[in-house]
Write a protein that binds this ligand. Structure first.
Ligand code: AMP
Length: 280
């Protein structure tokens, strides 16, 4: 596996593969790999001749006061894990390679970015859509894989690709969970032992909601308030949002059916965690 650090080296590599008629798949990441990332790599590798993984902790998607400086990093470990999945190139640019002096452009997607995580993290999705647009232009993959763990991000990227006629297929992968149900996340490493127990509140809320829906409780307002009451029983957990939304428009729904998703964000101590899933 090659580790490429410059835009020119990455673009040259992709250009050569394209001239040879090879297909390229991309898994964009911020590193500190866990099984969630590795499943995305496996899916991508199965679909394409070559797998590129990008590893870039994108500063412009973090607001001041968020965890940019503390975000866990371990390039050597990540490189070994990516190589074991058949990755051919790990594209790991530094901040200056991606945002040279004078950089001032943002790619903005509309109302999809204003709800859910977008409401509490202004500017976050502009950072995501800008870096993903850059990565797609630099690497020119035929397909790119995103996880449903960041469900809003997936919907926003699909919109971006459709709206700008970007020539790439977007694939998604289910949420990969720990054996007890906690969605895998690089941020889980921030949790203390008691916080780790509390973090399970998200998955347990999903299960609670699914049980109540199976019992016939379909009113979104009732379900939301039951979940909020349940979340309030966990130590160190504060709720950012509990939303029942249309899975495409991400707008609130009043009644549960097969087109909705429950999406949640909480803080456990100072760690922000998200989860989501269908209810029927
Ligand atoms: P990140 O490194 O956290 O930016 O994530 C890189 C990609 O991996 C994104 O498309 C995420 O949605 C995806 N991802 C992260 N955690 C999981 C998970 N537990 N299951 C599935 N996909 C995930």
């Amino acid at each position: 596996m090659e580790i490429l650090r410059t835009v020119a080296a990455m673009t040259d590599w992709s250009e050569k593969k394209r001239l040879q008629g090879m297909t390229i798949g991309l898994v964009p990441t911020m590193g500190f790999f866990h099984q969630g990332h590795l499943h995305l790599m496996r899916l991508c590798r199965q679909q394409m001749d070559h797998l590129v993984v990008s590893l870039f902790v994108n500063p412009i998607q973090f607001a001041p006061g968020e965890d940019l400086a503390a975000y866990p990093r371990d390039l050597d470990r990540d490189a070994a894990l990516a190589a074991a999945e058949g990755t051919e190139v790990l594209f790991a640019p530094d901040n200056v390679a991606m945002y040279p002096p004078g950089f001032q452009t943002r790619v903005l997607v509309g109302s999809l970015t204003e709800t859910l995580c977008g409401a509490g993290r202004p500017g976050h999705f502009a950072g995501v859509t800008t870096v993903v647009t850059k990565l797609l232009h630099i690497i020119r993959p035929h397909c790119a894989v995103f996880g449903e763990k960041d469900y809003q991000q997936l919907v926003v990227i699909r919109r971006l690709v459709a709206d700008l006629n970007l020539d790439v297929r977007i694939l998604s992968h289910d949420i990969v969970r720990e054996p007890d149900g906690l969605a895998m996340s690089s941020r889980n490493t921030y949790l203390s032992t008691t916080q780790r127990r509390s973090a399970l509140c998200l998955y347990k809320s999903l299960q609670l909601a699914r049980r109540r829906v199976a019992e016939g409780v379909l009113a979104a307002a009732t379900l939301k308030s039951e979940i909020e009451q349940y979340l309030a029983t966990f130590p160190e957990v504060s709720v950012e949002y509990v939303s029942i939304v249309d899975q495409e428009s991400l707008q609130d729904k009043t009644k549960v059916d097969e087109t909705v998703r429950l999406a949640m964000a909480v803080r456990v101590g100072s760690t922000r965690l998200i989860d989501n899933g269908r209810l029927c």
